[in-house]
Ligand binder design. Sequence first.
Ligand code: NDP
Length: 292
Amino acid sequence: MTAVPRYAVFGHPIAHSLSPRLHAIFAAQTGATLEYTATDATPEAFADVVRGFFDLGGRGANVTLPHKAAAFALADVCTDPARRLGVANVLTLLPDGRIEADSNDGAGMLADLRGRCDFDPRDCEALLLGAGGAARAIAFALLDADVRKLVVANRTFERAQALAGALDDSARTGVSRWEALDQCDAFDLIVHATSAGVQHATFALPTSLVHARTVAYDLSYGAAARPFVDWARGAGCAAAFDGLGMLVETAAASFERWHGVRPDLDAALRSLRDGSVHPPAAAPRPPSFRRG
Ligand code: NDP
């Protein structure tokens, strides 16, 4: 009997992840046979757990917070986007046994922003909140998409500085201390790329970051996105989106890489929105962002 091909998502925490459900939807759509599980791996254990997964026949893995730099580091080869960023959210077992790292977060977010949110970031002034693995991919993608200006703000200021430095485009990039966000002008686009939501943490944002045409985008989804999305709507943003569309875009790209077939993204997104996006009744709801 042929073993069912195994795939997985690794993160810490991981309970919020809809990736197993999404890959099951894609498998049902396309007739692919697969097993897809979610594994909580601490930073200390991550490399051993992932290597063990591939040693025991795993074919591919998605990687989420906080492991994107570690995923890039453990791979044997990498695609051009992953090499440029130094982070990866997709690991694939190649036919010769090597592990390939890829990054599709930036492309997935842009596809969702342009396609479903109907927002073209070209020539806009953008604020990026966060400087972790996902924020890094988003920063490069927004510059590639020709934003006029990108300001990076992060709880740990040194990481914002390091990310801005890596972008190597001082004419278009700036940094702000988190505590000094109230001294910034309003932005056309605000992207929330911190993990505060999934960690049930909260922080304050000044409403002066918003003007009447500001679009807000949270990479998180489900309950984790509610505080920022609620803040954005309350602060007067023209529109506020969660990252579920981005998740579908990036998962579909992984699925196509592994199974050679493109699933129906909009049908999968509808299915997620109708079903399991809402947290179970017992799950704690993160406290709301305060209005500044
Ligand atoms: P990382 O762990 O690499 O980075 C976490 C970031 O969040 C850091 O900038 C960190 O700041 C910041 N942060 C953590 N806690 C707080 C807090 N309490 N207040 C303010 N800032 C905080 O995570 P990733 O970059 O991989 O992921 C970030 C988020 O994006 C996650 O919620 C993840 O689920 C989501 N995501 C969604 C995707 C999708 O497809 N929709 C794809 C990728 C990510 P510091 O440097 O100070 O520690």
